[in-house]
Design a protein around this ligand. Sequence first.
Ligand SMILES: O=C(O)CCC(=O)C(=O)O
Length: 296
Amino acid sequence: MKLHMGKVALELGSKYLSTLREANDLLDDVAALRARMEEDGYLLIRGLHDRNEVMAGRRRLLEALAEEGQLDSGADLMEGVLKPGARGAFYGGKKAVTHGEEVLRVLEGDRVMNFFSRFLGGPARTFDYKWIRLVAKDQFTGAHYDVVYMGRGTTNLYTCWTPFGDVGLEHGPLAICVGSHQFERVKLTYGQMDVDRDHVHGWFSSDPIEIVDKFGGLWATGSFSMGDALIFSMYTLHGSFNNTTDRVRISADTRYQLASEPIDERWIGEKPTAHYGWNDPAKNVSMEEARAKWNV
Ligand SMILES: O=C(O)CCC(=O)C(=O)O
């Protein structure tokens, strides 16, 4: 089966694309979880969240999308069928939705917070800002490190990608470039960047094959069920495949760290500042220019 990230096709089971491995068998052993994160740069945990709670969050998010008139009102709301041409939505920072109790129960509830407190070895905290994506047909995310968007506090910080719906391979699942957390040259160049300071677009590449050919690693993805979580480090390259269907792909990506460590101020408080210098047309530097300068 071929999956596309933008225009580039990857064959599942080739030297470019494999399937994610689960870490559920390590859940009782924190040292083993940490060792797996060191080794792979990610942890796939099936059923980290409560499926019914995720489903309640999904309903709330779909209601918001329906209010925007993007859904086919003839289909069951929970199917999330988009009207032809619907563009989907980004509810990042849209607190009326992201901080509604149904969504917050999943993203800040005991299950996820307790997981991170154990994993990190002390009380965990999460950014107040939440990223929620409602991805329409043909949309995808290019390969990037999260540190370029949120690296002003501790880098002992993790993203938790939570699908708010069952996400099959055809719906544009997240993909991890396994091994990319050890691309030392990329970490020392691109990985030092800050999108608001440097005005460079955050995606390192829209071509997942180029990355493997040039730096190594292996892309991995899979199908997800509501309740599953994919956790990865700030220096793990990831992106997502095209949603090939007319069914919206909904997910949240939220961040967790030790409460005792410095935090990136852009993402906390009642009204987080969020990005402020990124995508300024007067100052934009293309990733091609930046990569040429960094020689990567
Ligand atoms: O869901 C996506 O398509 C992208 C998510 C992402 O970039 C992230 O989890 O940091």
